[in-house]
Design a protein around this ligand. Sequence first.
Ligand SMILES: [Mg+2]
Length: 127
Amino acid sequence: MTVQLQFLLIQKTKNKMGLKILQKQVDNWIKQYGVRYFDPLTNMAQLSEEVGEVARIIARRYGEQSEKESDKEKNLSEELSDVLFVVFCIANQTNCDLESAFSDKLKLKSKRDRVRHINNPKLNKNK
Ligand SMILES: [Mg+2]
């Protein structure tokens, strides 16, 4: 897929990524089961904790660290979902519209990095 086509698809799918829906689902869950949001500093610590759990799996399963028997049952998708959940919590409690911001970020990166990676010889070893 050409870079221009990718950019057009990003433009066309603006506001159709479902992030707004996911933010609302997390907000509903917090209201129904969570009593209230943890304060932002607690959620920031939670986010660090969850990212650490992802890092542990990556280091042991895909990196060079030895994987313990107890690590083998850990689920990367589950831990990435934990990261997303806390990100949505932080976004909700700080009034961030991730759908809009993420769409804008993809547009910016598509424009700014249009040829950046294509011209990176480290990424094009077969050329
Ligand atoms: Mg976790």
